[in-house]
Each structure stands twice: as C-alpha cells, then as structure tokens.
Design a protein around this ligand. Structure first.
Ligand SMILES: [Zn+2]
Ligand SMILES: [Zn+2]
Length: 384
C-alpha cells in the first residue's frame, strides 16, 4: 500500500451511500468490522449496515512537472498537427498527385508537385517533400543544419532543461527540509557545474534523437500507405485521410510519450546528480522511490513506492517505463549540518564518464506495447 494513503474508516448506513462513496473515492476496500471495533454492528444488527474502510489517496506529483509535461506534449502535438495540415494541402487542395479529373481542381493542379509517370517516382517525390516539411515543422531545424548538431538548438531543449532545473530545485528544497543548509546559488548555479551541464546535454540530445526516430518510423508507414493508396487508385481525399491517420497514430502518440517520459527522466537524473553532489560534500543520503500515489500508478511502480536505494543503484531506474511519473526523494541519514554551496563543490567530471553515457539509455520500448502510462492499462483505465 502506498505510504501516502490515509486510511479513513467511515460508517456507512446503507448500500446506496456506500456506492456513492465508492464512486467518489479512489480506492475502497470493504471488510467486516472486527468485534469491539468502532462501527462493529451489535449482534443481529441490521444487515444493511456495514463498515467501509476507505483509503483516501492524496494525489500528488512527486516531480512537480505535470504542467511542464502537458506543455511539452501540447507543443509536440501542435507541430504534428501543422504537418498534417501541410500534407492535406499538398495531397488534397493542391492535388499534388494530379489525381482529380482535369478541370475539377483547375487552379490547384498547376502544381502537380508529385505527378511523375511512375508510381515509385511519385512516392519518392512526396517523401522528399515530407522529409523537408518534417525538419521544419517537427524538428524545427533550419536549412543546412545537420541532424547531428541540431539538438543543441532544438526547440525541445528548453523543456528538458526546465525539467532538469526543477529537479535541482526540488533536491535543494528536500535537502533543506532534511536538515542541510542549501545556499540558493547551489540551485541557481547548477548549470555552471560541468556535472549538470553534461548530463542535461545528454538528455536533451537523446530526447531530440528520439523525436527524429519517430519521424523516421512515421515516414516508413506513410511511404507504404501512399504506395498502396496510389496502387489501389484511391481518391486524394482517401489518401489524405490515410496519411493523416499515420501521423496521428505513429507520430503524435509516440511523440507525446517521449515528451512525458523525458521530462521525468530529466527530473530524476537531476535529483540524483544533486544528491551525489551533496554526498560528496558530506551529506549521507539515499534515494527513496516516490510514486504519484493515485489510482493510475502501475503495479510495477506501486511495489517500489517508499523503497530506498543507494544512489548508485538508483541510477537509471527512473523512469521505470514510458509514461512513468515517479521521482526520487532524498533520505538524509547523516551529515545534515553540512552547508551546500556550489562554489565550494569539487564534484569530479567523472560523474558523466563514458560508462555513464552508455547507461544513459532511454527506457525500454518507448514505442512498444509496454508504453503504458504509469496508469495502467493493467487497471483498465486509459485516461491521460
Ligand atoms: Zn513510475
Ligand atoms: Zn509505473
């Protein structure tokens, strides 16, 4: 059971009221009261009277990044939607494949951008156009900038850096609460320290590469769908609809998962790196797994709620899976009188060695069947 659950026992006088409470509260477990307990019915009491033990679950967001995750998701979605608009315009309004009978789209057909004699040439021409449009709309890369260096200036970077900075601030606040004196500059100057600058760089590069990977996966599906649609002699309306469907099902869905998951990854990494710094300075601490504690936590994460790990073990455990929403709480076990001031810090760059880099992999199967939210399809709830 989640440690943040408050158990409340209420006496419910009839079934209707019980059902009402059940609908309103997250988790309900009904059990017969033990003899002598408050609410225990006298012998042969009214059968309808029963005791319901209710766990009122306090909803919380341990990483405090729900708003940031939503903003990132919305930004990613907006970009894919504008790609959809451009695809629709090319295929339908401008009749790029010249599929409409002459005269019907008289003004539009003068472009015939993808109107080549052979079908494979049409598909290839469309894919060239699509890739350029994707670079512009989804990745936001200027003409001529190679993909390998684009992460540096990518629009996604700010979301990851904000998440990481939140993690540092969060770690500072929690260490303070744990008794350490944390200088404000320890938080505000985090990116001046190589350990954090390096790590956040790794994460935003990875997030960007994942986004680029999604566009590639989407392209494969689009190219296949388009070739099929042309072969079957489908109308531009049909083709546009099918391509839109590919963008939505592959592009938007996977990209939103990446946005949500990478924010959590950046936050978790930031907190662990901050704890590691504090540890170098003499604060003895470990990392404690913290879930949102709501009904959407998956069974995997729920089992780990409150479990304490050494910082070394904790590394790369979070996010536990795509769409995980968990975070690390510091468990200060000693040396809480230490003053944390970043100028005094001498954290070796070794924290981001090649070995670290290798282990800094994205969570398994970001796009696969396991990409459930920490929510659990397991519980049959598909809510966001
Ligand atoms: Zn989780
Ligand atoms: Zn989970």
């Amino acid at each position: 059971m989640a440690t943040n659950a408050i158990a409340v026992r209420t006496v419910v006088r009839d079934e209707a009221a019980a059902a009402l409470s059940a609908a309103m509260l997250n988790r309900i477990t009904a059990r017969a009261p033990m003899a002598g307990e408050v609410g225990a019915p006298p012998f042969f009491a009214n059968q309808r009277r029963r005791v319901v033990t209710v766990n009122v679950v306090r909803r919380r967001d341990p990483s405090q990044t729900a708003t940031l995750r939503r903003r990132f998701e919305r930004a990613v979605r907006r970009r894919f939607l504008s790609l959809i608009r451009r695809i629709t315009a090319e295929v339908l309004e401008l009749d790029g494949f010249a599929l409409e009978p002459a005269g019907l789209a008289a003004i539009a057909t003068n472009r015939k951008r993808f109107d080549f004699p052979r079908r494979d040439e049409k598909v290839a021409a469309f894919m060239r156009w699509l890739q350029a449009a994707q670079r512009q709309e989804i990745l936001g890369i200027a003409e001529g900038v190679p993909l390998s260096t684009a992460a540096q200036s990518a629009w996604t970077r700010t979301y990851i850096e904000t998440a990481y900075q939140r993690g540092i601030a969060d770690a500072g606040a929690k260490l303070r609460a744990g008794g350490a004196t944390v200088d404000p500059t320890w938080v505000s100057g985090a990116f001046n320290r190589p350990v954090h600058a390096d790590r956040v760089g790794l994460i935003y590069t990875r997030a960007f590469e994942e986004l680029a990977g999604i566009t590639e996966a989407m392209d494969k599906a689009i190219s296949k769908t388009l070739a099929q649609g042309l072969a079957e002699g489908r109308s531009p309306r049909d083709i546009a609809r099918q391509l839109r469907d590919r963008v939505q099902k592959i592009g938007i869905t996977r990209a939103r998962t990446i946005a949500r998951t990478e924010v959590i990854a950046a936050h978790a990494d930031a907190t662990l790196n901050a704890y590691a710094e504090a540890k170098v300075e003499g604060v003895e601490l470990e990392a404690e797994w913290s879930t949102t504690g709501d009904a959407k936590v998956c069974p995997v994460c729920e089992r780990l709620e409150g479990r304490v790990f050494s910082l070394r073990k904790a590394r790369n455990m979070l996010p536990a899976h795509p769409n995980c929403r968990c975070a690390w709480r510091p468990k200060v076990v000693g040396g809480s009188g230490i003053v944390l001031n970043w100028r005094a810090i001498s954290v070796p760059r070794a924290l981001s060695t090649r070995n670290e880099r290798r282990r800094s992999r994205p969570p398994r199967a970001l796009s696969g069947a396991h990409a459930h939210r920490c929510s659990g399809r397991a519980r049959g709830r598909g809510s966001p």
